[in-house]
Write a protein that binds this ligand. Structure first.
Ligand code: PLP
Length: 404
């Protein structure tokens, strides 16, 4: 039985939509992008949608909009896909990592509040140092980046499709005048206390790489209800070009972050099917939950009380000691079941260790989750038989990974 790690869910309707575009003269900047943006904004209930050619591009533009200058600080999570923190580095900002809630793997709002409180004080002090990457703390003199120490934004990530605990985070942001950039790249359709992920902060970003809940091949969508930010994103993604007559002009440094028409057409069709796509994934997650729920060495995903709708992006279990995650992974691979450690903590990635001096021990909850988490094969097109097979192999692998 061949079981892929993930699969897109593409029907004849998607193929037809892309084919249609190829028979027109508009392969970029045409009617499809507008249709996609309108449908995307309407789906989440935001005023504006802006298509971009990756989720990472969308996050980068969010960091620019939040006015992150070289050396400015942004509070974010180390338990994420690396793009969320990289988007801060593109503007030479400094990520202020705070540890996560062990139940959900999402940024811990109490730590966000503490960090913001300490960092908003004027003078350099030990209380501020404790939040900064080791290489930027006071005694370190050889670090390349300037630190202006101006805290500008909070960048929470809705990990695995479960919304972060946003209300206390938004309180902190209001209190200190910080911008909130939601990395909702894994969470289209997810709901926090009945509100859609991506619409809670100043802006949100969704991503549509083929392993996400819906795909455009490569692509992303920024959503915001802020008029000025929407105009700014429109300009920035298109080489900084003027949008309206006067106030945006070509002197802005822009990018080519445009989404092409084939991708947008694919997105329009997938968005039309979004309820179906999410429901199928929920069903597969339910099959996994039912089979793995009672296992002693396997912990299934936990949902917070604030999560009124989970949007299943991946299915991630925790392998409990004495079973060893890496050994389980190797044994699964031998049985032709792919699986992945998910996430590898960002602060332990070589680039971040070298540049900022992070070490193991800096964020213990994130590191624990990084050590025990295992993403199983998952998609909306998986069959119950495939889930059965994966679960059977996982049980065997886990028992054997304990024996030695
Ligand atoms: C997928 C993803 C992104 C962006 O991905 P792209 O490949 O650039 O579209 C950003 N953050 C997280 C947490 C993601 O999972």
């Amino acid at each position: 039985m061949h079981i892929p790690m993930s699969s897109p869910d593409i029907t004849a309707a998607e193929i037809d939509a892309v084919n249609q575009v190829l028979q027109t003269a508009f392969l970029s900047i045409g009617p499809q992008i507008e249709a996609f943006e309108q449908a995307g904004a309407a789906y989440v209930g935001a005023r504006y949608g802006l298509g971009v050619n990756s989720g990472t591009a969308g996050l980068h533009l969010g960091v620019i909009a939040a006015d992150v200058q070289p050396g400015d600080l942004v509070i974010t999570t180390p338990f994420s896909f690396i793009a969320s923190a990289n988007s801060i580095l593109y503007e030479r900002g400094v990520p202020v990592f705070v540890d996560v809630d062990p139940r959900t793997g999402n940024i811990d709002p109490a730590r966000v509040a503490e960090a913001a409180h300490d960092l908003m004080h004027d003078a350099r002090s030990m209380t501020q140092d404790r939040w900064l990457p080791r290489a930027l703390q006071s005694p370190a003199s050889n670090f390349q980046l300037p630190i202006s120490q101006s805290l500008k934004a909070i960048l929470p990530v809705h990990a695995f499709g479960q919304p972060a605990d946003m209300d206390p985070i938004l309180d902190v942001a209001r209190r200190y005048g910080l911008r909130v950039i939601e990395d909702a790249c894994e969470a289209i359709g997810a709901e926090y206390k009945g509100r859609k992920a991506g619409t809670l902060g100043d802006m949100g970003v969704f991503a549509f790489y083929p392993n996400k809940q819906m795909t455009t091949g490569e692509g992303g969508l920024i959503v915001t209800s802020d008029d000025e930010w929407a105009a700014l994103f429109r300009s920035l993604r298109n080489q900084g070009r003027d949008v309206f007559d006067a106030w945006l002009n070509h002197s802005r440094l822009g990018y080519n972050y445009r989404l092409d028409e084939m991708s947008a057409a694919l997105g329009v069709t997938q968005l039309r099917r979004i309820d179906e796509l999410l429901a199928k994934r929920e069903q597969v997650a339910g099959w996994y939950n039912a089979r793995l729920g009672g296992e002693e060495l396997i912990e299934i995903p936990q949902l917070a009380g604030t999560t009124t709708r989970m949007s299943w992006f991946v299915y991630v279990v925790r392998i409990k000691p004495p079973a060893n995650r890496d050994e389980v992974l190797t044994r699964l691979a031998a049985a032709s079941v792919p699986s992945r450690p998910y996430f590898t903590p960002i602060h332990l990635q070589p680039f971040y260790r070298n540049k900022f001096g992070f070490k193991r021990g800096d964020f213990p909850v994130t590191e624990y989750l990084g050590d025990v988490s295992l993403a199983l094969p998952f998609s909306g097109v998986m069959t119950e038989e495939q889930v059965d097979y994966v679960c059977q192999q996982l049980r065997d692998a886990t028992v054997h990974a304990t024996a030695d």
